[in-house]
Design a protein around this ligand. Structure first.
Ligand SMILES: *Cc1c(COP(=O)(O)O)cnc(C)c1O
Length: 385
């Protein structure tokens, strides 16, 4: 019944966890969910208010423009200039997305022919690999190893793969490892992309979720990046807007145009009222962002101490709301997450769900209050690992 591309989808590894979670909830267990990467706090009220006004304006009720409202693209370009120090043309180098996931999924359709290779990090957000396969491309896995700071080793990519490779996905600050990349890594990537004729797609969904003064560099802020790449930004994690579906792509004009061509044949753009709320988010004071970061930082410190206390070797992440912890000896990631769930009522995501190189790790999302995280830590201490 299903198309080959659906039959070829990898098995859904979280099914066992979902089942156990449902069983625990049915038993009345007070489950603490540190599994999903979805902000628990509401969208800031000035953004919600802006949406309420916009939705009452009938001019927002019609089909949006394919490329996105010019006013939104201008706001996005100005935000990029102010926060990332990059100069973007809102008309030709900016495209509104229905969330950055939409951009990630559609990019391969614009640039990948059957048999083309796409360089995909592992562990990673699963859409890089699946979007590639939907387009008939062949993912080539770049392992993200702890000894390399969870950056891909570009020199380790075999020449025959490189010859067929057309595109590379990257994501820093990184989900799930919480690793960051500095500008010198991006400089290396630009040089590598030029040498090997590669398109670079940098997924910067966590660009603003940073701690202790760390600033996540934009890929496009590196010399020459505009020649080879595009960068995806998302309002989801930055402004607690995951449900709204809004993001944008910026970068190389031809690449933006290619993605736009796919989109204009598949979707009809993001709701104008949502884009108007997005303008408010991008152009208002960014105090709400630093306030959220302070909340996540407190949670991070509590969970860090707790995990270290039970003997897990975790380091404080500089960015993202994830903690990527090696699992204790004697467990694989699936067995350890099952143990946490069944013996402590804690949901965390087994690393193997992000790819084979995620095995041996577990991901905790800082999407519960300090009180709940404290409770989770207390329950983990009782496990005596
Ligand atoms: C959450 C996430 C996204 C999706 O963001 P949306 O803008 O909500 O589609 C994209 N990439 C990574 C790495 C993410 O973690």
């Amino acid at each position: 019944m299903y198309a080959d591309r659906i039959n070829a989808l990898p098995p859904y590894l979280f099914a066992a966890i979902d089942e156990s979670k449902a069983r625990m909830l049915a038993k009345g267990v007070d489950v603490i969910d540190l599994g999903i990467g979805d902000p628990d706090q509401p969208t800031p009220s000035h953004i919600v208010e802006s949406m309420c006004q916009a939705v009452r304006d009938p001019s927002t009720h019609r089909y949006p423009s394919y490329t996105g409202m010019l006013e939104f693209r201008k706001a996005a370009a100005r935000w990029c200039h102010e926060t990332k120090d990059i100069n973007i043309d809102p008309v030709n180098q900016t495209l509104t997305l229905i969330g950055s996931k939409e951009g990630v999924a559609h990019i391969p359709l614009a640039f990948i022919d059957p048999g083309d290779v796409v360089l995909c990090p592992d562990p990673a957000y699963p859409v890089y690999k699946i979007g590639t396969q939907f387009a008939g491309g062949e993912p080539f896995i770049m392992p993200l190893l702890e000894e390399n700071g969870f950056l891909p080793d570009l020199d380790a990519i075999p020449a025959d793969m490189l010859a067929r490779a057309k595109l590379m996905f990257l994501n820093y600050p990184n989900n799930p490892t919480s690793a960051t990349a500095d500008r010198s890594f991006f400089e290396e990537v630009v040089e590598f992309a030029k040498e090997n004729d590669l398109i670079v797609v940098h997924d910067n969904a966590y660009s603003e979720m940073v701690y202790e003064g760390y600033q996540a560099p934009s890929f496009l802020s590196v010399d020459g990046a505009m020649d080879v790449g595009i960068e995806l930004f998302s309002l989801s994690k930055t402004y607690n807007m995951t449900g709204w579906r809004l993001g944008f792509a910026v970068g190389n004009e031809k690449l933006i145009k290619g993605l736009g061509k796919v989109k204009s044949n598949i979707d009809s753009g993001a709701f104008d009222a949502i884009q108007m709320a997005g303008i408010t988010a991008l152009t208002s004071s960014q105090q709400c962002v630093s306030d959220m970061n302070r909340i996540y930082e407190k949670r991070r410190d509590v969970l860090l101490k707790g995990l270290q206390g039970i003997g897990l070797d975790v380091k404080p992440p500089k960015a993202t709301f994830y903690m990527w912890a090696p699992v204790p000896k004697g467990y694989d990631s699936m067995a350890f997450s099952q143990l946490l769930l069944e013996k402590a009522g804690i949901v965390a995501t087994p690393g193997v769900g992000f790819g084979q190189y995620g095995e041996g790790y577990i991901r905790f999302a800082l999407t519960q209050s300090v009180e709940r995280i404290n409770e989770a830590v207390a329950r983990m201490e009782k496990l005596r690992l």
